[in-house]
Design a protein around this ligand. Sequence first.
Ligand SMILES: Nc1ncnc2c1ncn2[C@@H]1O[C@H](COP(=O)(O)OP(=O)(O)O)[C@@H](O)[C@H]1O
Ligand SMILES: CC(=O)OP(=O)(O)O
Ligand SMILES: [Mg+2]
Length: 394
Amino acid sequence: MAILSVNAGSSTLKFSLYPLSAGQVQAQVLSGCIEGLEPGGAPEMTWNFQGQAYQKSLVLGTTSVFAQALLALRELLTELLGTAKIQAVAHRVVHGGAQYRASVVVSEAVLFDLMQLNSLAPLHQPHNLEGVRAFAKAFPEVPQVACFDTAFHASLPEVDYRFALPEALYAQGLRRYGFHGLSYQYVMGVLLAQSPRASGRVLMAHLGNGASLCAAKQGQSCSTTMGFSALDGLMMGTRPGTLDSGVMLYLLEQGWDHGRLQKMLYKQSGLLGVSGISADMRRLRADPSASAQLAVDIFTYRLQRECGAMVACLQGLDVLAFSGGIGEHDVTLRTELGQRLAWLGVVIDPVLNSQATGDQIMAIHAPESRVEVWVVPTDEGVVAAREAAKLLAA
Ligand SMILES: Nc1ncnc2c1ncn2[C@@H]1O[C@H](COP(=O)(O)OP(=O)(O)O)[C@@H](O)[C@H]1O
Ligand SMILES: CC(=O)OP(=O)(O)O
Ligand SMILES: [Mg+2]
């Protein structure tokens, strides 16, 4: 018995497999990714099984590329699992709206509700749901479970989730929801298991392609930088983060339509937009140009600024945690942020910091630091698998 966790994006499908024993999710045995699913892409499946890496190019027709990729995945699973069975497919779905505040087994009615949220997360939700639909077809005997990025933030207080907009707009669902919840749930669980101070005031930074911060008290989210959509808050790979709404009014006046605005905000801004080079932090770090440096500088500054806001909400800080591709790997970013948060008593140990390379949970603060600083390689897949196991048991 095993649970398959999936994260279906616009051009990639990430998957991982967790055996189930006595209803408990065990350590992952398989992880992989199908890339190149966008139109004109070159689909390729890579996976890691029992410590060995594998790769296979997929020859797929031009129609129903996703469905065909799933058949290839199904074949792989049959080959690897033998007679063992998939008990459930756990999907990361970014938006559960106001209605879905916990994971749920997906029915047609649930799928219909979730589709209404597509426009709130156009880069994620439609692809997540297409994934659910395609898996339901490719694995018809297996329940599909939706696990929401928004659910961890169900504990946000009203003063945090309400916009200062007219009440009628709130009634339509215009409020802050928050995202990256599966990652925060994982990181919070790790911190609580590692340190007694984690039940105090915790600031978690999920810094990947999408990036956000979450402030938590007693293990519960009390503020977060992403809001109504995955555009708010920190500067990201291709998204600007918090933006004066006057900019939108101005561009509308200049004749920009919805499609053009959406593309600019989700795909052409952030690190990519400022540098004109890449959305990839590694490439920018390696690039000597002034525009690459400026992009990284703005990213770091905006992070510093938003950390200040989160710490103000928390009224202090006990634990700071880094996760996501940048948070787990970028030693320079952690050093610089640590220095800029020195006024809070943060002292990062340079040796420990350079040893934290994303493959293990590590504390990187110096003994005299008033704040514990952790690097926690996140695992959204295992959180989704645990959620599915809980629902199966119920
Ligand atoms: N060694 C590294 N140093 C700096 N940034 C890194 C490193 N490794 C990965 N990253 C960055 O992590 C980001 C991707 O984060 P990740 O969490 O994998 O993304 P996603 O949101 O797609 O899951 C990219 O900007 C990438 O450059
Ligand atoms: C919600 C979000 O931004 O997700 P990701 O970081 O996967 O893009
Ligand atoms: Mg991510």
